[in-house]
Design a protein around this ligand. Sequence first.
Ligand code: SF4
Ligand code: SF4
Length: 264
Amino acid sequence: MKLCDPEEARRVPGRRLRFGERFRFRCHPQIDCFNRCCRNLRLLLYPYDVLRLKGALAISSEEFLDRHAEIELAPGGLFPEVRLRMAENEERSCPFLGEAGCRVYPDRPDTCRSFPLEQGLLYEAATGRDEPVFFFRPPPFCRGPREPAEWTIETWRADQQAEVYHRMTVRWARLWRRFQENPWGREGPEGRRGRMAFMAAYNLDRFREFVFESSFLERFRLPPSVREAIGEDDEALLSFGLAWIEFFLWGEKNGPFRAAGPRA
Ligand code: SF4
Ligand code: SF4
């Protein structure tokens, strides 16, 4: 996900695609370059990617982050990047690459799912508006664009079952952009509030423990339907977690957070 202003969008390599514009692409196991794109990668993981992958592997979010993620706060950065840890072999292949292809295919990350498209978020500071944008940018070794199938953003997204990924990635990108305005103050992104935001987005099982096992539910009155949903459903919990970040960092009341009144 690229965050860009209109000027930067013009400089992004590759072809910017508008909705309805066509591109050629097909990927299949018989193609010469099969799986070449799953090696030597710098693959960013977004919160929804982690949710799906930890479910596919039947492990907790904490285990997933420990085993499969590299978490790095760049010098001067305002939120850590989470990347998939590649195998320690010569090719630095993806740990989920098997003989027959991707072993987590139904739950593969947004970047893999959208490929050869890359989604960006175009932001105009003057108006405060943003819009998702797409770039067609297969690497030179990828032979998919020589194949006969034609797509638009819309048909590709539907074919790859990427709608929910794109929606959740845009939601995350909007928060990420606001993190760049330094909501952490002097404590920085490694302080208490930065760690809370990281947990609410990336470490969902730990966040669930925090909600249900701390004084959280005494401090906030949540509708029973919300309590039930976030207790059982990771997607509901992630949406809740992102709304929680907006609430505790910026005071936005677009989530279900109501301070609990005095006890009767
Ligand atoms: S390089 Fe392109 S065509 Fe080849 S396997 Fe990857 S996505 Fe498919
Ligand atoms: S998750 Fe699957 S598609 Fe993505 S790089 Fe790994 S093996 Fe390839």
